[in-house]
Unconditional design. Sequence first.
Length: 140
Amino acid sequence: MEETKSKYEILVEEISTIADKTSTWSRENKKKSFNNYIGIAIASAAIIILVAIANDIPENLSFIAKIATLILSGTTTFLAAWDGFYNHKQLWINYGETRNHLRSLQLKLKLWKQTEREDDSILRAIYEEYQDVLQNGNSN
């Protein structure tokens, strides 16, 4: 026979699950943001080098340098547009803030006495706070 979970246990489990997910999403967006900025920096540096050496290389390599410069320019434009649309840095920050608020709720719940864990009005207040954190995170 399966034991029924208390409202407190359900709330703790739900907050923990969402906190773990936001933590994962924060890390993923941090990596994406870093990779995007590094990609733009590398492509931009390569463009500068190719433009600088374009006049000093043999004619047959000059054509290849021009094509590489065009490809890298397109790549830089694409990565900048990608960042403008998805803005992984801001997502990283938003998910991190949401995770921190949820971890704060987790700590608050862990510090409760047994009587508080069974009080519906206190549980309802924490649930509403949890909903506000999620609403704020979603709106950002």
